[in-house]
Design a binder for this molecule. Sequence first.
Ligand code: CP
Ligand code: NVA
Length: 330
Amino acid sequence: MGLNIRGRSFLTLLDYTTDEINYLLDLSADLKKLKYTGTPHRYLEGKNIVLLFEKTSTRTRCSFEVAGYDLGMGVTYLDPGSSQMGKKESLRDTAMVLGRLYDGIEYRGFKQSVVEDLAKYSGVPVYNGLTDDFHPTQMLADVLTIKEEFGNVRGRKLVFFGDARNNVANSLMVVSAKLGMHYVACAPQELMPAKELVEKCRKIAEETGAVIELESDVKKAATDADVLYTDIWVSMGEPDELWAKRIELLHPYQVNQKVMSYAKKEAIFMHCLPSFHDRQTIVGKEIYQKFGLEAMEVTDDVIYGPQGRAFQEAENRMHTIKAVLYATLK
Ligand code: CP
Ligand code: NVA
C-alpha cells in the first residue's frame, strides 16, 4: 500500500480516506514508542510552523509546540488578539505572508471557511486546531486511545452525550463513519447534528459498514456501548446566556455512574477536555451558585474512575499531532 499525504492540509476528516486515517494512526503509535523509549526523532529540522489561535487552548497549543520541538522544528505561537489578522490585515494577506515564512500553519478559531481560506491562499499545509464545525486533530487522539484500549475500532459502539452538533460531536460522527464504527448521537432533538452532515456520514457508512444513529433516550443509547463520550455543554464562541437553556436541555444527558452501568462492563469514558466535573473552575463555581449543579456533563467519579481515559486521550493529542506534522511536512 503506497500512501502519501505530503503537502496536504488537515481541515476535516471528510477530506481523508479510511486508509489515510489508519496510516496516521499507525504513525502516531510508532512516534509514541519513540517518545517513550527516548529515541530522538528530529525528522523535521529546519522547518517552521506558526500556531494561530483566535480561541484559547491548553492541549492543542501545547501538543503542537511539543510535537514541533520533538521533531526539531521552530514553532511560533500567536495568541488570540496578538496578530494583525482580521483587524488591520485581511485573511488573504495574512495567509500569503505566513505561507512565505512558514512550512505549515495551525489555526484555531471560529468559521470553518477561515481554515479553508488559509489553506487556499498560503500555499502550505494548514491544520485545523478546532473551528465551530470540526476538531479533526482531536479525533486521531480519540481513536488512538480506543485502539490502545480494545486493539481495534471497527464495529465499536461510541455514544456521544450532550450537544451533538458541536465541533467534537460532528467530528466523532465523521471519524466513526470513516472507520466503520457504530456512532450514536444521544441528545435532545434541538441538539442533534445537522441533517446534511448526518446524510454525508451515512453515505460514507454504506462503504465502510459504519452505523450512524440518533437517539434521545439515554438508556437505549448507552446499552452495550464500548465508549461513552461527552463534551462541555456550551462551546467556545457561544454566548454565556446559553447556559441556562443548555443546562435545562442537557442535565438528563450527564454521564454518571448510572449511565455507565448501562454500557458494557469493559466500556471506557472519554472527554476531549476541558471539562466541568467539579467546582474547581470559575465557570464551575458560577454554575453551582446559579443552578446548584455540582457537576455538569460528567461526574467526578466517572472522569477519575477506573473507566476514565480522558487524560490518556489528552496525552495522545501530542503523539497524533506529531504524526500529522511529520506525514504532511517530511
Ligand atoms: N481538547 C482540546 O482541544 O483542548 P484545548 O482546548 O485545551 O486545546
Ligand atoms: N466543544 C468544545 C471543545 C473544546 C476542545 C469547544 O468548542 O469549546
